[in-house]
Design a protein around this ligand. Structure first.
Ligand code: NAI
Length: 256
């Protein structure tokens, strides 16, 4: 492999699928991959939003499609991966990013239906995505995958039992899949973002936002673009020996 530092062309000829890319981190990741020359499938349960992002990308000269997907439904994920390959030609890169926050209440009051919904979206969704992406990547001669973790993937956070359990699971899934496919040309890593300014935090009150900012020695929340840079690195040939690990982008949050 010849690592390239030409950021405008490093993903030329690569085809990428990003789940949850109608908004926030996923959209920023998709935009960064497109800026590097990738063709991109914008996959989201919000089909209108996905269409708007794909339209914007196409207007900028990127080959992009919008794909409706509900990552909690394996048949839907299978269709989305197949649509990507059918319409864009192959699959080389994937970012399994779709996720929800869920309630913030102590474990003994955490609603059981919310538990199922949060696990189904944040953990089952990554599992189903891997199941359908991996065969396509093997057929394409290899690839790279990034799964979206969270600070709650490596530490507890009071009130978010379902979210923390799901995100810890994403790390285990990432490591296991990396072991299984390392010798077959597919690398699988996870990103552990701190709190990032996206619609996921839209419901936070000013006081809650100030609390979250205070958790980060950097003195601010992160941006979706800062996560996208890590995703781009992990998906690029520059990261050819980076595999099966999680990568913090958190303004020193976890260093405390
Ligand atoms: P967001 O709410 O802006 O974007 C999430 C996207 O996922 C939305 O477009 C939504 O429509 C889509 N989505 C939700 N459920 C889906 C489903 N069942 N199937 C397909 N798409 C679905 O949120 P954000 O912040 O961009 O989150 C992206 C990822 O980053 C999530 O996995 C989240 O847990 C993670 N993350 C976010 C942090 C933050 O502070 N914003 C911190 C750490 C991790």
């Amino acid at each position: 492999m010849n690592p390239s530092t030409d950021y405008a062309t490093e993903f030329a000829g690569r085809i990428a699928l990003v789940t949850g890319s109608a908004s926030g981190i996923g959209r920023a990741v998709a935009r960064r991959l497109a800026a590097g020359g990738a063709a991109v499938a914008i996959a989201d349960i919000n089909e209108t939003g996905a269409q708007a992002v794909a339209d914007e990308f196409r207007a900028g000269g990127t080959k992009a499609i919008a794909v409706g997907v509900d990552v909690t439904d394996p048949a839907s994920v299978q269709r989305a991966v197949q649509a990507t390959v059918d319409q864009l030609g192959a699959l080389h890169l994937a970012v399994n990013n779709a996720g929800i926050g869920g309630p913030v209440v102590p474990t003994h009051r955490y609603p059981q239906d919310e538990w199922r919904r949060v696990i189904a979206t944040n953990l089952d969704g990554v599992f189903y995505s891997l199941q359908y992406e991996l065969p396509m990547m093997l057929a394409s001669g290899g690839g790279a995958i990034v799964n979206m973790g969270s600070s709650c993937a490596i530490n507890g956070f009071a009130g978010v039992a379902g979210y923390a359990a799901a995100k810890h699971g994403v790390i285990g899934l990432t490591k296991t899949a990396a072991l299984e496919y390392a010798a077959r040309g597919v690398r699988i890593n996870a990103i552990v973002p701190g709190f990032i300014e996206t619609p996921l935090l839209a419901d936070a009150t000013d006081a809650e936002r100030a609390y979250l900012v205070g958790l980060h020695p950097a003195g601010r929340l992160g941006t979706a673009e800062e996560i996208a840079e890590m995703a781009a690195f992990l998906l690029s040939d520059r990261a050819s020996f980076v595999n099966g690990s999680h990568h913090l982008v958190d303004g020193a949050y976890a260093a405390q």
